[in-house]
Ligand binder design. Structure first.
Ligand code: NCD
Length: 341
């Protein structure tokens, strides 16, 4: 997404937030359209806020769950997408495989919105985060943001890193040993935005304007004991926050489990529930943006057929021949999960 496109969605989100005050006007925007929520992974906020956004705009959301659908009988992902594409005007997709949304967007005639693909990306969460930061701080450029937690697996952090750099925020990646952001992603971001990204193992709260925390993504670990050990490596509590600025904003994509102490909820600097509420206007903007018929960006780059080595890539789950392409940083990567070949 270009800066101009992201800016357009953020502006539209503010308009949607105002429009929410006139429910009848709001309900004319996508009147009689159908949106499909296709979720192969657990979700509370993303699923509910997309359904709310759709209903507020006058569209009717239909909901798929892999537990009660024919996926439980072994239907392939590609077939499921073909079916839903025949029913709905837009597809909101969450899937445990990386690159699932990219593949679905190539199968479907209707727009596909990535609501999280494995440990890869979660772009609409990043838009909510940018919208929230701008609302709280009045700007994004120059704001000091510390991304803190399981940066290795958290897709929300992966998308947010690119979003923040697109808007010229000052980012520090803070993660305990073993949980740092994938180096290929950091390199790509540094080359794309021509910056050197700061990394630390503890947050420097004296200088941070935003502390963005995420949980250990237990479901991405094959060894549950390792996940539990990782969850003990960091925690935000009132003691840690003592050195922080008065104007600090504490954000979290939620769900939070053990990484934020319960007393932090009472700290006026905790803004995560406000952030979650912003999910509705931002997702209303995303849905109506799709309805404007914005064309998908054409695939650019050298396309080569190859077999992706990433075990979590959708091309492995669906046994389809992958295709690789050269990224902006000159690295050959899988067209679907975006991992270096
Ligand atoms: C995030 C996700 O699913 O990646 N949740 C969300 O969409 N708000 C973060 C998480 O699960 O930790």
């Amino acid at each position: 997404m270009s800066r101009q496109e992201a800016e357009g969605i953020l502006k539209l989100s503010s308009k949607m937030e105002s429009l929410l005050k006139s429910p009848q006007k709001c309900a004319r925007v996508l009147k009689d359209r159908i949106t499909a929520n296709v979720f192969f992974e657990a979700s509370t906020r993303t699923s509910l806020s997309f359904q709310t956004a759709s209903a507020r705009l006058g569209a009717k959301p239909i909901v798929f769950s892999n537990k009660t659908s024919s996926s439980a009988k072994g239907e392939s992902f590609s077939d499921t997408i073909r079916m839903v594409d025949g029913y709905a005007d837009a597809i909101v997709l969450r899937h445990p495989c990386e690159g699932a949304a990219q593949l679905a967007s190539e199968i479907a005639r209707h727009p596909v919105i990535n609501a999280g693909d494995g440990a890869n990306q979660h772009p609409t969460q990043a838009l909510i985060d940018l919208y929230t930061i701008r609302k709280l701080k009045g700007k994004i450029a120059g704001v000091n943001v510390a991304l803190f937690g399981d940066l290795l697996h958290a897709r929300a952090m992966h998308s947010l890193l690119f979003g923040l750099l697109l808007f010229k925020a000052k980012v520090t990646l803070v993660s305990p040993k073993g949980l740092s952001m994938p180096p290929a992603l950091v390199r790509e971001a540094e080359m794309k935005f021509k910056v050197k990204i700061r990394c630390a193992t503890k947050p420097d709260l004296k200088n941070a304007d935003v502390l963005y925390v995420c949980r250990v993504q237990k479901e991405r670990y094959s060894d549950k004991k390792k996940a539990e050990a990782a969850a003990r490596l960091f925690r935000v509590d009132s003691r840690l926050l003592k050195s922080a600025k008065k104007g600090l904003a504490i954000l979290h994509p939620l769900p939070k489990v053990v990484e934020i102490s319960p007393e932090v909820d009472l700290d006026p600097r905790a803004k995560y529930f406000e952030q979650a509420k912003n999910g509705v206007p931002v997702r209303m903007a995303v849905l109506s943006w799709c309805a404007l018929g914005k064309k998908k960006a054409a695939w650019r780059g050298v396309s080569l057929r190859f077999a992706c080595k990433n075990p979590s890539c959708i091309t492995r789950a669906e046994s389809i021949a992958g295709s690789a392409a050269m990224g902006a940083d000159g690295v050959l990567r899988c067209r679907y999960c975006e991992k270096p070949a």
